[in-house]
Design a protein around this ligand. Structure first.
Ligand SMILES: Cc1cc2nc3c(=O)[nH]c(=O)nc-3n(C[C@H](O)[C@H](O)[C@H](O)COP(=O)(O)OP(=O)(O)OC[C@H]3O[C@@H](n4cnc5c(N)ncnc54)[C@H](O)[C@@H]3O)c2cc1C
Length: 388
């Protein structure tokens, strides 16, 4: 088998464009927004406008939906660059949820097309106070009533760069009897945030991605027409499952970008900071740490890109995506932590980006499925065929 690890000319140009965008439009705003704990709306809109102008906004979406039609490997490379900063800022660069490609008929005009253009913002609402890793245990219900569904329940930890215009909501619409017992029918709905009976409140501020908003949602007798079902009734997880797997690769790519930036700061520091009459990089205690960081990063990059390649080729399994997310997010935690160690006290100061990268790295082992859940997926794929 021939292995070619080189980027195409288009991919190289894309990486350069995103890198330049990060240097000009994102990184200069990090310190101020981290201190404020908020990205001012005007700044967010400015980032979005520039992103639209440069063709980055919606680059991941198909051309027929008004997007850039990037192939998945290129989209992964783009996310690697975006991972170098914090989500509250880079979230404005775009990349709408690909799950919206399941929109049909009028849904395309109302939800998909304006979201790809940046006119509307969506949030993905699955997690509930009593249903995190165990997504099948969600309790939000959608009861059929004539041509409508009536929704009751709540969600938390639902994130977006700003107050969303609509949510992709997962709710239980019934049950099926299967060989393994009773199974919930889970359906995805598109719900405008100004629908009566739907309340949206800001949630607590997390330590990671401090300027990225998260919301608590509550639904009480919230009536939506059946035409707002995304995909088919009872098939919500079919769409979400595929989207979550591809999101895990993008999280892995984000982690590689973040780790690369941390390693770069640490290497520059080690090459110039003097103690005991020489640069600290000459001490094996520091230089070997850098060598391990670089090696782990290379391994995570290769795994991530190989899984992205499998996704594009249609051969990726859930275990593949889980491996990339598990390895890259754990790597990112170690590399950002070690980078701080290389800088000593300066590593903890908010004049440098390391403390932000280290804080942001923490959530990567939790959202989109915790490390334990990724191990669960990988081990089930290994063992199930052998268990008979
Ligand atoms: C800032 C933030 C933003 C988020 N954004 C969104 C969003 O936009 N939309 C959305 O739907 N969700 C979102 N989430 C939710 C996120 O995906 C969940 O937090 C995550 O899936 C874990 O669920 P949990 O927090 O309820 O933890 P729990 O499921 O309660 O897990 C707690 C601990 O138990 C472990 N555990 C659970 N089950 C097992 C098992 N079977 N084997 C071994 N260990 C296990 C977990 O690994 C973890 O260590 C967000 C979360 C955060 C913090």
């Amino acid at each position: 088998m021939a292995w070619d690890f080189s980027l195409t000319e288009e991919q190289r140009m894309l990486v350069d464009t995103v890198r330049q965008f990060m240097e000009q439009e994102i990184i200069p705003h990090e310190r101020e927004t981290e201190r404020l704990g908020e990205v001012p709306l005007e700044l967010g809109r400015q980032i979005q406008k520039r992103s639209v102008e440069q063709g980055l906004y919606g680059a991941n979406m198909p051309a027929e939906a008004g997007g850039g039609g990037l192939d998945f490997l290129s989209a992964t490379l783009m996310d690697r660059e975006l991972g170098k900063s914090t989500y509250g800022l880079v979230g404005w660069v775009g990349r709408p949820s690909e799950i919206l490609n399941a929109c049909q008929g009028d849904q395309r005009d109302v939800y998909l097309l304006p979201t790809v253009k940046g006119e509307r913002k969506e949030a993905f609402a699955l997690t509930e106070p009593n249903a995190g890793s165990d997504a099948m245990s969600i309790q939000t219900r959608a009861r059929k009533d004539g041509d409508d569904y009536v929704i009751d329940g709540s969600k938390h930890f639902i994130s977006c760069v700003r107050r969303p215009d609509f949510v992709i909501l997962f709710a239980v619409t019934g049950t099926d009897e299967t060989k393994k017992g009773t199974r919930k029918r889970i359906t995805a709905f598109l719900i405008d945030c100004d629908t009566p009976g739907f309340e949206l409140r800001r949630g607590p501020r997390p330590v990671s991605h401090r300027t990225y908003h998260n919301y608590q949602l509550s639904f009480s007798d919230c009536r939506v027409p059946a035409r707002n079902i995304l995909g088919e009734e009872g098939r919500g997880f079919d769409h979400a499952g595929q989207w979550l797997a591809n999101t895990r690769i993008l999280v892995a790519a984000n982690c590689c970008g973040k780790a690369e930036r941390a390693l770069d700061v640490a290497s520059r520091w080690a090459a110039t900071r003097q103690q005991f009459g020489q640069t600290i990089g000459k001490f094996q205690g520091v230089s070997f740490k850098l060598a391990d960081m670089a090696t782990e990063l290379r391994a995570a990059d290769l795994l991530t890109m190989q899984v992205a390649w499998k996704y594009a080729a249609g051969t990726m399994t859930g275990g593949d995506a889980a491996m990339a997310k598990l390895f890259a997010s754990e790597m990112c935690a170690r590399v950002t932590d070690n980078a701080i160690q290389v800088l000593g006290g300066m590593g903890l100061m908010d004049e440098l980006p390391l403390e932000m990268l280290w804080r942001d790295a923490r959530i990567e082992r939790i959202w989109d499925g915790t490390s334990e859940i990724q191990r669960h997926i990988i081990s089930r794929e290994l063992l199930r065929p052998l268990e008979g």
